[in-house]
Design a protein around this ligand. Structure first.
Ligand code: HQG
Length: 182
C-alpha cells in the first residue's frame, strides 16, 4: 500500500463519512456509524475499489486519528469534522485547559473580528491544544495565523466545550471577546 493510496483513500473516507454519504448511497446513523461492507459496495459502484485491509490501514495510519472502527469490526465512523445533517454525534463535554488555539488564514481575520469564530459548514468550530497543530490547520487556507482562545473563561461563563475521541476540541461559536492575540 503506497502512502499516496492511503492518503487518497483517507480523503475519500472523510468525504463520505463527514460530508456526502449519499454520494455512494451510504446510510450513517446519528452517531456517524456506517456499515463497512455497505461502504465498500457503494464505493465499488462509484468505481472505487476498497477492501477491509486498505480501510484498516487508513484508520491505523491516520496522523489525526480521524476514524474509528467499532469493536465488532463491522462499522466505521469519522470521529469529528462532520457537515452532514444526518449525523449529530454526542461528544463528551469537558472542562478545557485555560487556553486553546485555532489556526486560520490572515484573509479571514477581519471577518473573525466582526463575528468571532463560526462553524461554517461544519457542526463545530475546531480548536487544538497546541500552536503547531493550529498552524498546520491555518496553512490550508493561506498565510496562517494562530488565534489564542480563553477557553476556560468561556466554559466558566456557560459555553459548552467538547473533546472528540481524537482530542480535537469542539464548540459551537467563539465570540470575539474570548480571542486574545488577534
Ligand atoms: C474560518 C482539519 C471568516 C476558520 C483540521 C477556518 C481541523 C471564519 C474556516 C478541521 C470565521 C473553516 C477543521 C469568520 C471561522 N469569518 N472565516 N467569522 N470563523 N472562520 O475547514 O477549523 O484534516 O471548516 O478559521 O485539522 O480550518 O480534515 O475548519 O479557516 O481539525 O481531519 O473558516 O479540519 O482536519 O474551515 O478545520 P474548516 P478548520 P482534517
Amino acid at each position: 500500500m503506497s502512502s499516496k493510496q492511503l492518503n487518497e483513500t483517507s480523503k475519500f473516507l472523510s468525504y463520505v463519512l463527514r460530508h456526502e454519504p449519499q454520494a455512494i448511497g451510504l446510510q450513517l446513523d446519528s452517531e456517524g456509524w456506517a456499515d463497512i461492507d455497505s461502504m465498500i459496495a457503494g464505493a465499488a459502484k462509484d468505481g472505487r475499489i476498497l477492501d477491509t485491509a486498505l480501510i484498516q490501514a487508513v484508520v491505523s495510519s491516520s496522523d489525526k486519528k480521524r476514524f474509528s472502527i467499532s469493536d465488532d469490526g463491522q462499522r466505521i465512523r469519522a470521529v469529528q469534522g462532520h457537515s452532514t445533517s444526518s449525523v449529530s454525534l454526542q461528544h463528551i463535554e469537558k472542562e478545557p485547559p485555560e487556553f486553546l488555539y485555532h489556526g486560520t488564514a490572515t484573509r479571514f481575520l477581519a471577518s473573525i473580528r466582526q463575528q468571532g469564530l463560526i462553524a461554517g459548514s461544519r457542526h463545530h468550530v475546531h480548536l487544538s491544544q497546541d500552536r503547531s497543530t493550529a498552524i498546520a490547520v491555518g496553512q490550508r487556507y493561506g498565510k496562517p495565523v494562530v488565534l489564542k482562545i480563553e477557553a476556560l473563561r468561556m466554559y466558566q461563563q456557560g459555553f459548552k466545550l467538547f473533546q472528540a475521541e481524537n482530542e480535537v476540541w469542539l464548540t459551537s461559536h467563539v465570540p470575539e471577546k474570548f480571542l486574545c492575540e488577534i
